[in-house]
Design a protein. Structure first.
Length: 260
């Protein structure tokens, strides 16, 4: 599918890149050729780009429906991570899930597979979710989670995300929250917690209670817990994470009783 010239200009002005550009038959035939096509796309962003007003870009992203949002993420060249990623990692799960889980950024396996939390940490996460009756494959919104990250591209070597990268990616997560309208958000790890809550407080001081953020005029409960990758290295804190998930479960159950 190709973009008409007007839409192409619009998307380019948003820093979203040539999203629906047709790839050659060669490029679509083999994953490594696909990677080469992505690199070619990224290198186009090295050309002087038009100055894009951040507020304007955010407002345009805030109007996109799910599929166009996903396409916009896939073609994003707004920061330098587009040059090193294999692919973007948009998110996974039911688009009406009552639960949204937010992590930091894709790692190597997620970058290769295009899905968040698919490595060892993801397996632990899936097991913890199953223990409270939830799944990323859940068919019913009440039993389903949607999983996304603050950053949609892997930082090279899994380094910490940089503020500029977070700023460029933030409108995407905000739009995912607005479209999903989850009943609650669970943030996993210091980085995601600090980004969503706009604080530099430690996980230890943030977990164990219910926070709230404003999501399109609605107050949304937020529970903070440890990152599953951290739990793999610090088994003693698994019990704390388990109690965070139980707290989240009871908050959600309370909301479900008010609004079945
Ligand atoms: N860590 C994250 O924060 N997100 C992923 O998707 C994988 C690992």
């Amino acid at each position: 599918m190709t973009l008409d010239p007007r839409r192409r200009r619009l998307w380019h002005a948003m820093g979203l890149g040539p999203v629906w550009q047709e790839r050659s038959a060669e490029a679509t035939a083999h994953p490594s050729a696909l990677l080469a096509a992505d690199v070619a796309t990224a290198s186009q962003s090295l050309a002087p780009a038009p100055v894009v007003d951040a507020g304007d870009r955010a407002a345009r992203i805030a109007a996109l429906p799910w599929d166009e949002l996903q396409q916009a993420v896939a073609g994003c060249t707004a920061c330098s991570l587009c040059r090193t990623r294999r692919q973007t990692v948009f998110g996974v799960g039911h688009r009406q899930a009552h639960w949204l889980l937010v992590g930091e950024a894709p790692g190597a396996e997620e970058d290769a597979r295009g899905e968040p939390f698919v490595g060892q940490a993801g397996k632990l996460l899936d097991n913890m979710l199953a223990a409270i009756g939830l799944s990323r494959d859940g068919a019913v919104p009440a039993d389903a989670v949607y999983i996304a990250n603050v950053l949609k591209c892997r930082p090279p070597g899994n380094r910490n995300p940089e503020p500029g990268e977070v700023a460029q990616c933030e409108p995407f997560l905000k739009r995912q929250i607005a479209l999903l309208q989850p009943r609650l958000i669970v943030v996993m790890g210091r980085f995601a917690a600090q980004s969503l809550l706009g604080t530099d407080a430690s996980i230890a001081s943030l977990r164990g209670r219910v926070h709230e953020i404003d999501a399109g005029g609605r107050r949304l409960p937020v529970i903070v817990t440890y990152h599953p990758a951290y739990l793999l290295r610090n088994l003693a804190d698994k019990a704390k994470s388990w109690s965070d998930l139980c707290l989240a479960r009871s908050v959600c159950d309370g909301l479900d009783r008010q609004r079945p």
